[in-house]
Design a protein around this ligand. Structure first.
Ligand code: UDP
Length: 310
């Protein structure tokens, strides 16, 4: 059993990860500044033996004597990370440095959650880990995209310069229970609108694609990557089942039985046209592939939002 720090532990993916690590008998320190995470996501864990919540910000140095650090802290929805871009860039860069410094001091293994956004608007499809990406350095998404790219650079540099025990994963679009109602990302926006019988807003003509991974599959990959011993990454974590945004809207309407209308608004600047992970490396190194099909994951997600929005 290990002592584990999860930064961003009360966020969407972080809270699922904390729950899983705790269920496996580990001691879990969950640190979050509650900017986009929520106490509600971890309410059931507070008071559980082995679980500690710390309200803290990764832009400040921290010190936990742990065996493992999962560095998840960062707003990840474009709406949230663009609201305060300087804060986002600081969280990406200082957050990476502070996780690495803490790991270095305590000889802990540290896993960086990077993102498919480091590929930008990709010119290679599907995206393999050896693709360097097509990123605008001065656009609305840059604070996150470039911040996460710098995060990867720092992880590699600490590893090469100081021998820090690092892991890097690139998480593609993930969805599931515990997404915030105001998260702003496509699945939660569509589900919330459908359940309120309000219009579903597709940005652009809906032909842009994404590949959506159910959160339990994503968390399983994170733990596998952390606990394997001979591969630092980066590795893509996502579901290669590529769909158009129009298809997602149609599926949400069908599964929820909603009568919401679909309306269209302008596509945001620098919105990637296509995104799909090549997960050959994850299959080979982690013996991992997602097991929850999109329709099943959406059913579970819609059921969760239905019960939480009552
Ligand atoms: N999108 C949309 N309606 C929404 C929210 C998002 O049509 O209410 C589109 C968005 O323009 C993008 C895709 O859905 O093409 C995925 O957006 P999201 O913000 O979930 O994440 P991204 O993959 O762009 O980071």
């Amino acid at each position: 059993m290990k002592s584990i720090l999860v930064t961003g532990g009360s966020g969407f993916i972080g809270s699922h990860l904390c729950r899983r690590l705790l269920a496996e008998g580990n001691t879990v320190y969950c640190m979050d500044n509650l900017y986009s995470g929520s106490r509600r996501n971890i309410e059931d864990l507070i008071g559980t033996e082995g679980f500690t919540f710390i309200e803290g910000d990764v832009t400040e140095p921290y010190d936990f004597e742990v065996d493992r650090i999962y560095n998840l802290a960062c707003p990840a929805s474009p709406v949230h990370y663009q609201k305060d871009p300087v804060m986002t860039a600081r969280t990406c860069v200082l957050g990476a440095i502070h996780a690495l410094e803490c790991a270095e001091k305590h000889h802990a293994r540290v896993l960086q959650t990077s993102t498919s956004e480091i590929y930008g608007n990709p010119l290679v499809h599907p995206q393999t880990e050896d693709y360097w990406g097509n990123v605008n350095p001065i656009g609305l998404r840059s604070c996150y995209d470039e911040g996460k790219r710098m995060g990867e650079t720092l992880f590699l540099d600490y590893h090469l310069q100081y021998g820090t025990d690092i892991r890097i994963v690139r998480i593609f679009n993930t969805y599931g229970p515990c997404m915030a109602v105001n998260d702003g990302r496509v699945v939660s926006n569509f589900v919330v609108a459908a359940l309120k019988n309000e219009p579903i807003t597709i940005y652009g003509d809906g032909s842009q694609t994404r590949s959506f991974c159910y959160v339990d599959d994503t968390v399983d990959a994170l733990v596998r990557m952390m606990e394997q011993d001979d591969f630092n990454g980066p590795v893509n974590i996502g579901n290669p089942d590529e769909r158009t945004i129009q298809e997602i809207a149609d599926l949400v309407l069908e599964i929820s039985g909603s009568g919401s209308l679909i309306i269209h608004e302008c596509l945001p600047v620098d919105d990637p046209v296509r995104r799909k992970p090549d997960i050959s490396l994850a299959k080979e190194k982690l013996h991992w592939a997602p097991v929850v099909p999109l329709e099943e994951g959406l059913k579970r997600t819609i059921a969760w939002f239905r019960s939480t929005m009552k």
